[in-house]
Every structure is written in C-alpha cells, then in structure tokens.
Design a protein around this ligand. Sequence first.
Ligand code: SAJ
Length: 435
Amino acid sequence: MKVCVLGLGYIGFPTALLLADAGHEVIGVDVNEAVVERLNRGAIGDEEPMMLNLYRRASERFHAQTQVPYADAFIICVPTPLEKDMRVAGLNYVKSAATMIAPKLREGNLVVLESTVPPGTTAKLVVPILRSGGLSTEQFYAAYCSERAIPGNVVYEMVHNDRIIGGKDWQSASKAKELYSSFVRGTLHLTDLTTAEFIKLMENTYRDVNIALANEFAKVAEDNNINIWEARELANKHPRVEIAKPGPGVGGHCIAIDPWFLADNSMCCQLIKTARDINDNMPNYVIKTVKEMVKDVENPTITILGVAYKGNVSDARETPAHRIIRLAENEGIRVRCHDPMVKRFETELESLNDATYNSDCIVLVTDHDSFRTINPLHLSMRSKNLLDTRNCLDHDMWVGAGYTVKVLGNAQVLKPVMEMDAPRVKDKVLVAQRI
Ligand code: SAJ
C-alpha cells in the first residue's frame, strides 16, 4: 500500500517508519522544509529507544517531502495546540492537512485522523473538507485512531498498546484496522468516530484528575504531618486503588492540554476544570515552600534541577519549571537552571557546577535518572538546601553532606546532624536526624 503520513513530529515520524517497516511505501509530509531535509538525511536523535534501529530497517521505504502525493491511505498526525487565551482547541493544522489531502483524494482511499481533537471534529470538520475535493462521503473511507504512546517509550508502545479505531461507517473502521494491524500487535477495538475521539480525551483527563488528587493529598498530608509518599505506597496496596504521584505540576503537550478539549465544549466539567487548576497551581506551592527554606538568606539564589516536563525526556513544553522560574523571579529570587537533556529553553541552561555555584537552594523539578548520581559533596553551594518535588533523590546522602532536605508532600524537614556527631561511611551518613 502507498501511505502518506502528514505531520512528522513525535507521533507522525515513528508511525511512518513502522508502516514502512511493515512493508508499505510511505511518504512523510511536513510543511517544515528543515524537518523534511533532516529526516531524509537520517539525522534522528537517539532519545527514543528503538528509533535508530527502526529507521535503519525502514528508511528504504520512507521518503519525506513538503507536498501531499496521491496515495491509498492518508494519516493526519499534526499538532492540535490549545489556544490559551480562549482555552479552545487550535484545529488550524488539522484543517490545512485535510485541505491538502482533498484534491488528491480518489475513490476508495482511506483518511485517518490521529491528532487529539474535541469530540465530533472528524465528522463535522475533516470529512466535509475532504468532500470539497469532489468525492461524495460514500466514495472514501474516514477513521479516527489516536496514538497512546508515552514519550520515552514511543516505538514499543505504538506496537504493543491496544488502540481504538472509530470509523465513519463500519467499512471505514475495518479498512483502518487492516492498515494498523500491519504493525500493531495490541488489539484494535472498533467504534464510531466521535466515541473514539472522546475516549482519547477521557484517558488523558483521567490521568490529569488522578494527578490532581495526588497533589491535593500531598498538601493535606503536609498539613497533618504525614509523609504522602509512604501513605500513597500503602494505599496503592489496595487492589482497586492506584493513586498517581504528586509533583511540581503537570506538563507536556497532552495531559496539561487535552482536558480543556472536553471542558470547553460542555456546560459541566467542574471536576475536570478544578483538577486543571490544582495542577496548574502546584508551582505556587513549590515557591511557597522555597520561600520558607530561604527565608533567612539575603538576596537568595535557587537552582532548578531539571526543566523537562518529566524525567528522561528532552521536551520542555508546558513544563512546570516555566511557572516556578517566573514566580521565583517575581519574588526577587535569582534563578539558575540545569538540565542535561533539554537543548533549548527560554532561561539559560548551565552546567551543574555553574548552576549550583553560590546557590542557596536546589529545587529538583524533573526526575531525570542522572540526577540520582549527583554527589552533593562536589557542589559549591552558599546555603545547603534541597527541595525534592519528586521524591527521587537519596535524602540520607544529601543530609549526610550537610543539606537541609524538604520533600514535597512530607511535612518533616530532614536536617543534618552536627558535623562532629555524624557517623559517616564514605560519603554517606548513617543517621539522618528528623525534626
Ligand atoms: N505526572 C505526575 N505524576 C504522575 C505522572 C505524571 O505529576 O504520577 C506528570 C509528569 O511529570 C508530566 C505530566 O504529568 O509533567 C504528564 O506526564 P505523563 O507521563 O503522565 O504523560 P505524557 O503527557 O508524557 O503522555 C500522556 C500519556 N497518556 C496517559 O498516560 C493517559 C500517553 O499514553 C499519551 O499517548 C500521551 O499523553 C498523548 O500523546 O496523549
């Protein structure tokens, strides 16, 4: 089959390669010439596991270009950003992709929308645009099939996760199932277009609400002198309880955005909006804690450890670090940042040593694995404070190195014992005094 994938971002590109790897002839289309040139050159990052191998296997049957060709099937994987001022879905890229396909659409072709959209978009917006090329609705197939792959493990999850396929009619759903079953090993479940779109939003909203609940629990735990991390772990031993992890806020281009696609099209959704609010306000909670930790320091400087929206990815879109930095600066706190994975960020990124030099508090925002091996004894801080918003570091080790350690969701502050009292084994203190 000849397949055209429109949008060669973090979903479109691996999808195109998986189809090529399954034996299809794949044309990837992107309006950005630099992206097209880079992918044709084979310049691919190694951040996503399995991606390089997949490219090596599939590149012979993959080619990128800026124009939409004639094809048997078209898959739309373009971004659908949130128009922040109005809090509505930005569907311009979807519209222009459908507009580019319309004149190339021939009888019996299949068009699949993968982008996350408000319920009803494929039927009410995409199908009418496709018809403008001259075919009637009955002459082509249309389906909705969003991805479910988690950044950091995209290729594996694209192959192994179950997927939902919504069809304009049963034949459309079946056609799309035939195409996706060439590379998906999970089960493909069929339904109608709008239900499939709705399911995608339900999934991400469920996660957002669960994280908001975890964040609320974390604050209540602190009020009650309880450690949320211990309480959560024990609560999750219940067979029907699975509470997410609290943290400094929800970032990324999916979970922090998709719930609005549900909420803004509806007169209800109070819970969903409140959850968004709770998660968006976690940076304020972080800054409140930071202020408490550096309250005795004149002209404090803090170091943000990690600006990516989550651990082990280089993506900083919608990261809670943005708001934490801005709020801190508005409080007169100087901010320095370190992230070994992120390449571009609005605030300067420095080496670990430079970012922590003469700083008064490290604020761990992102749980990159590499942060676990930082040796606190090698840092030249002015005041030794650590706020771990992800509960990911070895706190005893940091206390042993003389740090006062606060963990988000744990009311107890860990303080170093007096230097002379501290029994050390190499760099590690055996006893951390809890106060
Ligand atoms: N987070 C927490 N606590 C948690 C889990 C996550 O604070 O327990 C934070 C993360 O740090 C991050 C944000 O939430 O800032 C989102 O991260 P994530 O790992 O939950 O999700 P994404 O945005 O990377 O990917 C999600 C996934 N959706 C679900 O798990 C329901 C993925 O499967 C989707 O394919 C993706 O959105 C998407 O493209 O829609």
